[in-house]
Ligand binder design. Sequence first.
Ligand SMILES: Cc1cc2nc3c(=O)[nH]c(=O)nc-3n(C[C@H](O)[C@H](O)[C@H](O)COP(=O)(O)OP(=O)(O)OC[C@H]3O[C@@H](n4cnc5c(N)ncnc54)[C@H](O)[C@@H]3O)c2cc1C
Length: 387
Amino acid sequence: MNFFLGEEQLHWQSLACTFAQERVQPLAREMDEAGQMPHTLIEEMATRGFLGGTIPKAWGGSGMDALSLALVYEELGRVCSSVRGFMTVHTSLVMQCINQWGNDEQKQRYLPLMARGELIGCYALTEPDAGSDAASIQTTARSEGGLGYALNGEKIWITNGNIARIAIVFARLHTLQEKKQHEQITAFLVPLNAAEDAGIKRTRMPGEPLGHRASDHAHIVFNDCFIGHEMVLGGEGMGFKVAMSALDHGRLGVAAGAVGVHQACLDACIQFAKERKQFGKPIGDFEMIQSTIAEMKASLDAARLLVYRSAWMKDQGLSTKLETSIAKYFATNAAVKAASEAVLLHGARGYSNEYPVERYYRDIKGLQIYEGTEHIQKIVIAKELLR
Ligand SMILES: Cc1cc2nc3c(=O)[nH]c(=O)nc-3n(C[C@H](O)[C@H](O)[C@H](O)COP(=O)(O)OP(=O)(O)OC[C@H]3O[C@@H](n4cnc5c(N)ncnc54)[C@H](O)[C@@H]3O)c2cc1C
């Protein structure tokens, strides 16, 4: 076993760390308050090669290994979950999915533009009545005389949905209605450049989200939206497999992002414990504060090792369904606990956005929910063990 990062991994980690600390960190609170992130940040991530992730250089990507990509997510997650979330959806859910399931024409048409940040992607699976039970989606695709398909339905909580120009949309194909529920699902690449004209209505999700406030979350309605037959991704009836394989990539990104949030909580607590004095001494002198910091560090190391194990296995070409779910389950839960403890350790200061721990506390809850909730990860883990 080798616990040292290689030269290439150290390169991506250092590049991402510098970018995150110098370019994202100073804007994080402002973006959270404004409810959006500047497009320049996306351009800068593209210029540095982050958006190209593990996509081969032949398709315009950066050709990273999975561990390098996890390190980029960790560094971004350390400063802003909205920025990390943007990239996980764009790069891991959408680009990796096109790379895995697309034909050469689809890869050529979309991947280079996406790696350059000139085309933003979103992944549209969730619906008002289909969240954890993704196989029960109700959006339909009706065959239009061999020319293509008409999409009808509604998607919610779609990250990047209003700024995206390409979506992977999952719908139930009419011609497959005799098949099992999940075998009817088909994935479509849906261009979003002329949204209103093409029978697509995109709006911001109503209400203020608890966290990820700088992210763009869309409600998308399809009303007889015509999609050419060449836009099917992975073949008719393959959509559920496409969706689940994308989530396998995305979940690792979320788990790595959670490690970043966890690290940020620990850093903030150590600094505050040294600075804040009560009863005539720094609060870091009190054993209960030391206990909090020690537990935070131990669970952080465990979470990080689980994330790196899953990434390393991906790089060996091994199946990682079990290990990725374990990493996502453990890392997000551990970070939720760390963020809660970090707010407590900061006292009233932790309850205000004067300090970033309240943002970490709001943001981290989302990581426990999207791309399969904590409960769903436990179901995946148990099923893998019991089958
Ligand atoms: C910030 C954010 C970003 C998101 N981005 C996207 C995106 O880009 N694209 C997209 O498609 N979706 C996105 N989502 C939606 C997200 O994937 C869903 O919210 C998630 O899958 C859960 O679905 P739900 O909200 O409908 O909850 P439900 O499925 O209704 O679950 C409600 C509760 O029941 C539990 N539950 C459900 N089934 C079971 C079971 N069998 N056993 C035990 N417990 C169960 C759940 O764990 C949960 O606690 C996003 C959500 C958030 C909050």
